[in-house]
Design a protein around this ligand. Structure first.
Ligand SMILES: Nc1nc2c(ncn2[C@@H]2O[C@H](COP(=O)(O)OP(=O)(O)OP(=O)(O)O)[C@@H](O)[C@H]2O)c(=O)[nH]1
Ligand SMILES: [Mg+2]
Length: 460
């Protein structure tokens, strides 16, 4: 049995399984109306979407429960099949009871992603949109949700589909010429072919560029350097950026405005932010710079809390930053603890406890900086998979296909320029069409479907 069996009527809990005011059980398949009827829900004569408030008897010990039933009796539904949603209290035993009752009346439990797969198979969604559904379900951050919703509305697949159609039109001209090659009839000149292929190649490259610039595994991640004044934050940002971006001076309160610099670290695109050292604001300038510093610190995805290890106040400063960090931490914030100026630290101050991991480094000598970079990258890897997982799934899949498509179209252009024969050109063009079709799912293989739908949860 595979996800492609769309004859059965499937049923599953479609709402979160934690207690909630409302819970939803979903059903889809040709048998939907019959199964509802066997469950005691009146469905006779329903020929358009309807809502019915009724009761379903779940037997002992639960008995009759109130249920609002939405019915889509025809193919005009999300899955392209007759389907229904049963809304009741969001209690797991009641929802399970409804699923079991539907099972007794002829439905079978849905597998993960099966609803969305049905929507895909009837052409309601393309693959990038199916992945966007997953993105919406998983979205935890506003930016991720916006991205998934844009993808769902087709902003990625539409241009790709348009380019694919342009390519198929062109391919038709090239292949028509092949049929008349002996008569020396050509449907398109080499110059026109090169022009049109180049136009498509340029657009493909722009699309790839666009994907790389926005949230898709390569979204910029903000990393703030924060902590007490004079901790060596500016010196450290200069070391990480390998250039002089911030002023370093022995007096506390050197940095006022936040300073930002974009760097790339093992393929991660990072915006480093140097902030003003945290202090009591006594002047208006200080108030402004403290407010700016707080904003950057609170909004950063990852924070490098810097504390001067050569100072007698290391222990109390360390406690201070940990308290501040825990007060300002959001669910996805990553905090790293950096003991700076280790070259000047006098043993045994500070004493580092293995349960309380401080990354020990010196921006001056460069010692420990590679450990810091490694640790940063490890945490960013987690960020990628946790946070923008599903949309990254599409992005990675698309990037791979687009790279292949661009390589093939460049090859087609070169073959045309060197007059290597339209048979070879058309073969390359077919590869391009295949790659683009794989992104949107016009051309799909079991492997791709498994990869996309295997990540869904049951009921979606
Ligand atoms: N020995 C030693 N000195 C350092 C190191 N890093 C910074 N310093 C010195 O510490 C002083 C303060 O460094 P900054 O980088 O300006 O410190 P900051 O945290 O940016 O300070 P504010 O901007 O005032 O908050 C300067 O005199 C630096 O030369 C280090 O790794 N070792
Ligand atoms: Mg500074």
């Amino acid at each position: 049995m595979t996800l492609l069996d769309s004859d059965d009527t499937i049923v599953a809990i479609a709402s979160p399984t934690s207690p909630a005011p409302r819970g939803v059980v979903r059903m889809s398949g040709d048998g939907t109306l019959d199964i509802l009827r066997r469950m005691g829900i009146p469905t006779d004569g329903i020929d358009r979407p309807r809502r019915i408030s009724t009761h379903v008897d779940l037997g002992n010990p639960i008995g009759r429960i109130p249920v609002d039933v939405m019915i889509w009796p025809t193919q005009r539904s999300y899955t392209g099949q007759p389907s229904a949603e049963l809304h009741t209290y969001g209690s797991l035993p009641l929802l399970r009871g409804l699923v079991d009752e539907a099972g007794r009346c002829g439905a079978r439990p849905a597998r993960p992603g099966e609803y969305t797969m049905r929507a895909f198979l009837v052409g309601r969604l393309d693959l990038t949109q199916a992945e966007a559904v997953l993105g919406v379900i998983e979205a935890e951050q506003r930016g991720t949700l916006d991205h998934a919703l844009r993808q769902l509305s087709g902003n990625l697949s539409q241009p790709l589909e348009r380019m694919r159609n342009a390519l198929l039109d062109l391919l038709a001209d090239v292949e028509a010429g092949l049929d008349f090659v002996d008569e020396d009839i050509s449907f398109i000149s080499d110059e026109a072919l090169i022009d049109r292929l180049t136009a498509i190649a340029t657009e493909l490259e722009q699309t790839l560029q666009l994907m790389q610039n926005r949230g898709g595994g390569s979204a910029r991640i903000t990393v703030a350097l924060c902590g007490p004044p004079n901790a060596g934050k500016s010196c450290l940002i200069n070391r990480l950026a390998e250039q002089q971006v911030a002023i370093v001076a022995p007096v506390a309160g050197t940095t006022r405005d936040t300073v930002t610099v974009d760097i790339e670290l093992q393929g991660n695109h990072i915006t480093l932010i140097d902030t003003a050292g945290i202090e009591e604001a006594e002047t208006e300038v200080s108030q402004q710079s403290q407010a700016q510093s707080r904003r950057s610190t609170n909004e950063a995805r990852l924070r490098l809390w810097c504390v001067d290890a050569s100072s007698d106040h290391f222990a109390s400063n360390a406690t201070g930053v940990k308290e501040l960090a825990s007060r300002t931490r959001k669910p996805h914030t990553i905090d790293l603890w950096i003991a700076t100026k280790m070259d000047a630290a006098i043993a045994p101050n500070p004493v580092f406890n293995p349960d309380d991991p401080w990354i020990q480094c010196s921006a001056l000598s460069g010692a420990g900086i590679d450990d810091l970079r490694t640790s940063l990258c490890e945490h960013l890897k987690k960020h990628d998979t946790e946070e923008i997982g599903s949309v990254v799934g599409t992005a990675a899949r698309c990037r791979q296909s687009l790279h292949l498509a661009i390589a093939a179209i460049q090859q087609a252009i070169q073959l045309t320029i060197h007059q290597q024969g339209h048979e070879f050109v058309s073969a390359e063009m077919r590869t391009v069409a295949q790659c683009l079709g794989e992104v949107t799912g016009t051309v799909y293989t079991d492997d791709i479907l498994d990869r996309v739908f295997g990540r869904f949860c049951i009921g979606k």
